[in-house]
Design a protein around this ligand. Structure first.
Ligand SMILES: CC(C)(COP(=O)(O)OP(=O)(O)OC[C@H]1O[C@@H](n2cnc3c(N)ncnc32)[C@H](O)[C@@H]1OP(=O)(O)O)[C@@H](O)C(=O)NCCC(=O)NCCS
Length: 363
């Protein structure tokens, strides 16, 4: 049976799902929120080394703020985990189902005695489109973005993070974001477009995004006021759909495809077209191959010469007939070529949507 929590591991003692950071951070895991986390959140959210770079948490951060926040994130994580557990029963042979959030978001440092402490938080949410200045347009974009089904590659996500000041500058957040993008956001949420906003001067956060391949679109002032101070933002944009696919990304898509049942289909091009959201890169490749036209253009001069030769030989005693036979034989051939040229015979299946059909091969 395919476990829909993949690639999360399960703590054998508590049954809690988690993701472990790679070396040299194996003692750091990402887990769902836990009852009791509130007191540690209060401590960190009242630390100026953290809150001065965050826009939303109120200062001072009071127990009621922590409680409200905790209810929201716990509910969201629980709902996603429940959906995935149910999907394990509903789709025992796969494919893996898309979700629109990451159920493991809190970074915890595991001590030698097995206990752990909260170190930080990484969250993915649907983008608030702060970079759109016109309020009506921004609202419309938020609504359109919110309506899209999990896994839709056109959804724009936003990412947010913080880390305990005691652990800054050790490469932990760079590793955590890299892991979450590769292991969860891209394969399990279908994320293809995620933006991050960092306040001007937040060099550490800028570096984290740069080191994870995000591109700084530059400093942007939308009149934002945070705690009485006017703030401008760096906007970091990550567009993997436009970049070469990472081998991990391709691998997971291939794994998902190979885990599906074999189906008899009469129209393979139609099947791949229907599955393009599930297998965005494989479907592009399959459609590219399945729709390769015969290379008539390369054969065209030869066929034309043959027609000319046949008509000349056939009408040898009557030269005027050559022209008539030539026109009769050439007309269907010319029509066929022009239809092919206008893509009438092989229409572009993605013509009406922006899908990453032409991706360059991985490095
Ligand atoms: C931003 C934050 C999450 C980064 O986490 P982190 O684990 O310390 O980051 P990393 O160690 O992975 O990488 C930090 C990079 O920034 C650099 N850096 C950190 N602080 C810096 C500073 N004040 N000046 C210059 N560079 C700095 C580090 O040298 C490192 O770059 P390098 O690898 O090129 O040497 C953490 O500093 C934090 O929680 N800050 C407060 C909250 C916050 O800013 N959240 C993000 C909101 S957008």
């Amino acid at each position: 049976m395919l476990c829909q929590l993949h690639p999360l591991e399960i703590n054998p003692k508590t049954g809690e799902p988690f993701l472990r950071l790679g070396a040299p951070y194996q003692n750091i895991i990402l887990t769902p929120p836990r009852q009791g986390d509130q007191s540690v959140l209060i401590q960190h959210m009242n630390d100026p080394a953290i809150y001065r770079w965050l826009e939303r948490p109120p200062v001072p951060y009071l127990p009621e703020h922590a409680d409200t926040w905790f209810q929201i994130v716990k509910k969201e994580s629980d709902a996603t985990l429940e959906f995935l557990r149910k999907s394990t029963q509903d789709f025992p042979d796969g494919p893996l189902q898309f979700v629109d959030t990451c159920p493991v978001r809190y970074l915890r440092e595991v001590k030698e005695d097995g206990t752990d402490v909260i170190l930080g938080d990484v969250s993915f949410r649907r983008s608030p489109f702060e970079e759109i200045l016109d309020e009506v347009e921004r609202k419309q974009m938020q609504e359109d973005n919110a309506k899209k089904q999990a896994g839709d590659p056109t959804i724009q996500y936003a990412i947010g993070d913080w880390l305990a000041a005691s652990h800054h500058g050790r490469g932990i957040m760079t590793a955590a974001i890299g892991l979450l993008m590769a292991a969860w956001a891209i394969p399990r949420m279908g994320v293809r477009h995620v933006v991050a906003h960092t306040f001007a001067g937040n060099i550490g956060s800028n570096r984290v995004f740069e080191k994870n391949g995000f591109v700084n679109r530059g400093l942007f002032d939308n009149g934002k006021i945070a705690r009485g101070e006017r703030k401008s933002d760096n906007i970091f944009d990550n567009l993997p759909a436009l970049a070469a696919p990472k081998p991990t990304d391709l691998g997971s898509e291939l794994d998902r495809y190979l885990s599906t049942d074999v189906e008899r289909v009469t129209n393979p091009i139609g099947w791949w077209n229907e599955c393009r959201k599930l297998f965005p890169r494989l479907s592009c490749m399959a459609i590219d191959y399945l729709t390769i036209p015969e290379h008539l253009d390369a054969w065209a001069p030869t066929i034309f010469l043959l027609i000319l030769l046949v008509s000349a030989l056939a009408s040898y005693p009557y030269p005027d007939l050559t022209l008539v036979i030539l026109v009769i034989l050439t007309f269907p051939f010319a029509l066929y070529l022009s239809l092919q040229q206008s893509q009438y015979i092989w229409p572009d299946p993605f013509a009406d949507e922006a899908y990453p059909c032409s991706v360059s091969p991985p490095d």
